[in-house]
Design a protein around this ligand. Structure first.
Ligand SMILES: CC(C)(COP(=O)(O)OP(=O)(O)OC[C@H]1O[C@@H](n2cnc3c(N)ncnc32)[C@H](O)[C@@H]1OP(=O)(O)O)[C@@H](O)C(=O)NCCC(=O)NCCS
Length: 170
């Protein structure tokens, strides 16, 4: 039960990992992680475009890795002072160890360094873990997009969230 892991354990797992911008060679790993944790994953070709992006205005990815093994990714873009997060995924075996938080916090710092003052995202209403990740990192609810996401049984709402990126951000 990942929630019960002690804080020092999560901290040491996160310390062994490093976060960097994705490169084209990472596309296959990211597609494999996405396919294993998301119900509507992007394919390898889509990740190949994202991973070769040198332009923040298009979608870019950051990866979290340990000894060359990629354990998670975060896809985002930035237009002028507004950034958007499109997708986050951590390998099932590595979930609950602080890697999602490490990816998110590193990406937010990078966005702020690149001049963003606000970051937006959408999350499925039923995705309790992702909602807790975002709420715990300063994101607030701005609105609800009714029946936005497809589900097996029909459709579900999207929660629209955002946070300001302050100069002295943690
Ligand atoms: C959502 C996801 C990216 C979070 O990454 P993670 O590495 O598992 O999360 P972390 O260990 O960094 O935990 C971050 C926060 O999430 C919440 N969380 C993590 N595991 C949880 C669990 N099993 N139950 C409830 N909340 C949980 C906690 O609030 C935690 O913060 P805390 O440690 O300060 O309490 C990851 O679980 C995942 O890939 N899920 C499947 C794909 C997905 O849902 N992506 C998001 C789409 S918007």
């Amino acid at each position: 039960m990942t929630e019960c892991l002690p804080i020092w354990f999560k901290f040491s797992v996160a310390l062994l990992h490093k976060v960097r911008l994705a490169s084209p060679a990472d596309a296959e790993s990211l597609a494999a992680i996405d396919a294993s944790v998301n119900t509507h994953p992007w394919n390898k070709r889509q990740f190949a475009v994202i991973c070769s992006c040198g332009d923040l205005q298009k979608q870019c990815a950051m990866v979290v890795e340990e000894d060359g093994r990629i354990d998670g990714f975060l896809v985002f873009s930035q237009v002028l002072d507004e950034a958007s997060i499109y997708s986050v995924g951590v390998n099932s075996a590595q979930q609950g160890k602080g890697l999602g938080r490490l990816l998110l916090q590193t990406a937010l710092l990078r966005m702020r360094e690149a001049g963003a003052v606000r970051c937006l995202l959408e999350v499925r209403q039923s995705n309790v873990v992702a909602r807790r990740l975002y709420e715990g990192n300063g994101f607030n609810l701005d609105g609800i997009r009714k029946r936005y996401y497809p589900t097996e049984g029909g459709r579900e709402d999207a929660l629209l969230m955002s946070r300001h990126l302050k100069r002295n951000m943690q």
